[in-house]
Design a protein. Sequence first.
Length: 741
Amino acid sequence: MKNNLKMLKIVCNTTFVRHFSIKQAAKPPIKYTDTINLPKTKFPNRLNATKRSELERKLVEDVFSEAYSYQQNHNHEPTFVLHDGPPYANGDLHMGHAVNKVLKDITLRQHVVRGQKVHYIPGWDCHGLPIELKATTAIKDNNIASAKDKDAISIRNRSRDFALNAMQRQLNEFRSWGILSDWSNEENIYLTMRPRFIINQLNMFIDFYERGLVYRDLKPVYWSPSSRTALAEAELEYDVNFVSPSVYLRFSLTNVPNGISLTPNTNLYTLVWTTTPWTLPSNQAICYNSTLEYSVIKLSNYGNDLYLIATSLLQSFVEATGITYELVETLHGTELSNCTYRHPIYTDQKNLPFFAAPHVLDSKGTGFVHTAPAHGPEDFLVALENKLPVICLVNEDGVYSSQAPDFLNGKAALGEGDQLVLDNISTDVLHASKITHSCPIDWRTKEPVIIRASEQWFMNTEQLKERAIEEISKISVYPLVQADASRKALMTQVRKRPYWCISRQRVWGVPIPVFYERETKNVVLNRSIINHICDLIKKEGNVDFWWSKSVAELLPSNILESLNVSADDLEKSGDIFDIWFDSGSTWSSVLKDEKVADVYLEGYDQFSGWFQSSLLTSVAARNKAPYKSIFVHGFTVDDKGHKMSKSLGNVISPKDIISKFGVDALRWWVASHCAQNMSITVSEKLMQQAAESVSKIRATLRYLNGVIGDKTEVLNEKGTFLNRYMLSVLVEHENEVWSPH
C-alpha cells in the first residue's frame, strides 16, 4: 500500500511539473498564412489618369531617354537598321502617325531584347507646298503667286520657322509615345532642309545629269492652277464625284478611206467622245486602233451624211445619245491610215492626220480619240513619234493665253472654257450631257488639276524600270499575308510610270541650281557650278542666297570664263526639287556603311511615294535597292469604314486616346490591330478593349511581382522536374512569339 501511494505521488508531481513546464514554454499559435506563398507587393492594381500620366512622363524622361544609347553601347549582335520615312513637318499628328511610329518601335524593341543594336534616326520632310501655303497666310492679300516673286526670302524664312515649330511639336509627341530614339541628340534627327542633306542631294543630281538620267524637256504634267505648280502623282487625290461634260462631237474628214464613195453634198465624219472640251483648241490629230472593226453608219435626223464609229461601241452610243442609226458598211482599222480631217475650230486646218495608237480602246467612247499633245501623256507620245507640234494654250493659272482664239483669251479653261468651246462648235456637237467620274485634284487645295505641257526637269525612269523591278523581286515583303499583293502593287507603280517630273514652280524647297542662256534657253550646268553652289551653302548655312543673289554674284569669273559666257548672257532657274526627290535621296545621307536598310516600314500609299522614289534614286545611283525588306501597313478608318477627316467629324486623335486611356492602350491597339489589316478601324470601343487588355496585363504583372517578392534565388537545371518543365514551356512560348518577327 505504501509503495502504491509513493508511486502515485511521484506520478502526480511529475505531471504537475510537466504541465507547468509546458505552459511556461508554450509557443505562439501557428500562422497558417506563413505556410503558403501569398503574393505581397506595393505595385498598385490600378492607376488614376493623373498618376498614370505622371508615371508615363517619368518613364520617358528618366528611362527611355537613355535606352537608345544604352543598347548602342551594350548590345553586341549585328546592327538592325530601320530607315524612317519622314513625315511632313506640318500640322498635328493623327492616328496614321501613331500606327506608323508604334509599329516601327515594336520592330526596333524586339531586336533590342534579342541582343541586337538598332540604328534608327527619325526624320522630317521640311519642304513642299503645304508648308509654303501655311507660311504665306500672313501675306495680306493672300496672293501667293505675286508674293513668290516679290518676297521669296520672307516666304522661305516663314516656311522654315513653321517647319521647325511643327517638327518640335511632333517630336515631343512622338517621344511621349515611348518611341525608342535618342531624341535629345540633334545629330540623331534628320531634316531635309539641313545643309548637308541639300549638298548630298545636289551631288546626286549632277551625277544623274552627267549620266543622262535627268534632263529638261517640254512634256505634259499634272498641273495645279490653284497652286500654280506641277504636281507628282503622289500629290494627287481623286474626287470620285467630280462632274464633267460628256460630249459626242463630229470631225469632218477631208480624205476618206479607200473604198468609201460619197454622193454629192454628202460628208463623212468621225465620231469622238470627250470629257475635256477645253482641250479641243490644242487638237493636233485623231487616234484610232488598227485592230478594231469600224462601222460606217447613217444617223437618224442627220440627213445623208455618214459617220465612223467602232462597231463594238454602237450600242453604247445609242444608249448615251438616244440617236438611232442605219448601218452602211464596215471596215478594218488598218484602212484609216490615210484619212485626214478639218479642225472644228481652226477651219483653215484641213489636213490634220489620223494615227494608229494602242491606247485607243473599245471599252468606252467611239473608238476614236481626239489628240492634244499638250494635255495628255499618251497624246504626247503620239506627237513625239510623229513629230507633231506641242501647242499649249493654257497658262500657269489655268487660263487661256493670248495664243488661244480670241473668244477664249483670258478665260478659265475648266468650267467657262468648256462651255465656250462647245458654243463655238455647236453645229458639230451631236449630244452633250454631264458625267460623274473620278478626277484628280490637288491634295492640298482640293481643286481640280489639269494635264498641261510645260518645261520641266525629269528623271529618266525608262532607263531604271527594268533594274528597279528586278530589285523588287529580291526584297522581302511583310506582312506575309499581303506580301504578293504588295509586291505586285509596287511593281505596277514602277512599271506604269512614264517619267518622273522632279521640278516644281515654288519657293520653299531645294533650288535646282542651273542656269539658262537668255536667248536660246539652253541649259548651262556642270559639276564646277554644283561644287561652287555647295561651297556657298556651307558658308551661308542655308540655300536662301539662290533667291537673293544675282547671276554675277552666284557664278565667279573663273567659271564664267570656262563657260565662255558673261553673267548677262544667263538667267538662273526658278524651279525647286520635288519633295519626293528630297526624301527619296535620304538613304544616302542617313544610312551608314553600305547605305542599305534592313527595312522600310510605311503605309501602302508609299508604293507611289517613298518606297518608289527611294528605290529609283538608289537604283540610279548604285544599281540596287536601299532596303532589304519593306513592311506595308494600312490606313485608319472609323467604325463605319469611312476615312477619318475633319469634314466628316470622325477624327480621333492620339492625344485624346492617351489622355483617356493611357499610352499603353494606344500601343496595345496598334500591336493587336494594325500589323495585318489594310483598313484599320479606330473607335472608342476598341480603345476601351485595349485599355482592358492592358489592365489584365497589369494585374498579371502585379501577381507575378507579388509571388516573387524579395526572393533572389535563380532556378537552374538542378531544380525540380516541375520547375524544369515549366521553364521548357516558357522557352517554347517565347520561340512561338518571336517566330512571326
